[in-house]
Design a protein around this ligand. Structure first.
Ligand SMILES: Nc1ncnc2c1ncn2[C@@H]1O[C@H](COP(=O)(O)OP(=O)(O)OP(=O)(O)O)[C@@H](O)[C@H]1O
Ligand SMILES: [Mg+2]
Length: 199
């Protein structure tokens, strides 16, 4: 049986970019000809709201379907305050580099690491003009983190319930750079072995 790749996008702290990443990584998967599915554990959750907006090129469900889903890759968009380390082997952990934001990430990272999870850290929304954020970003980058700088295209996309891969945003400022950053993360995700058999 074909394996489905399972990816959790997790950080118990709210507002770190989990939904943004889950949705945009799924869109990047569509660009590659894959069939992604996003699982949003919350009926009122962000990715479900996007789905109801009707502009996503993939499906969002509130739960893992009982029947084996017709998908190549599943992204779990975790809720804030979801403290338990997720079960998939591969965990994408977004964090904002502002000083008061990353303590939760460090704690969650350590707990996931102690369970031998493969963790991809993504620094989101960093402000280049803030010295402390620049320092934190640089330190994490040296340890292999991906970086998606602060960009207005994410709020613009959010207003319209689109991902940044939506052709309606083709002329947005530095859109190709932002898309490349997301696609690079997806590239790493697709390299990670082994994929997990969905039970
Ligand atoms: N690189 C970025 N540049 C600008 N804004 C960003 C960036 N990354 C994320 N954001 C914005 O940060 C906000 C929070 O992101 P998001 O909703 O994805 O976080 P979350 O971790 O899913 O939050 P919650 O825990 O509440 O579900 C959103 O408005 C999103 O558009
Ligand atoms: Mg969210």
């Amino acid at each position: 049986m074909m394996k489905i790749k399972l990816v959790s996008v997790w950080n118990p702290k709210g507002g770190q970019g989990k939904s943004m990443l889950a949705l945009n990584l799924a869109s990047a998967s569509v660009e590659l000809g894959l069939k992604p599915l996003v699982i949003c554990q919350d009926q009122q959750g962000t990715s479900m709201l996007y789905f109801k907006g009707g502009k996503l090129p993939f499906e969002v469900k509130a739960q893992i379907p009982k029947q084996r889903p017709d998908a190549d890759i599943i992204f779990f968009d975790h809720q804030a305050s979801d403290w338990e380390v997720p079960t998939p082997n591969l965990i994408v952990m977004p964090l904002k580099p502002a000083r008061d934001q990353y303590a939760t990430y460090i704690d969650a990272f350590k707990r996931a690491k102690s369970l031998n999870k493969d963790i991809l850290t993504v620094v989101t929304d960093g402000q280049a003009h803030r010295a402390d954020e620049k320092r934190t970003t640089q330190a994490l980058k040296e340890k292999g983190a991906f970086v998606i700088p602060s960009s207005g295209v994410f709020s613009r996309a959010a207003e319209e319930y689109r991902t940044i891969f939506d052709p309606a945003l083709n002329k947005a400022y530095k859109i190709n750079e932002r898309r490349r950053e997301i696609s690079k993360i997806l590239g790493r995700i697709l390299m990670e072995q082994p994929t997990t058999e969905l039970v």
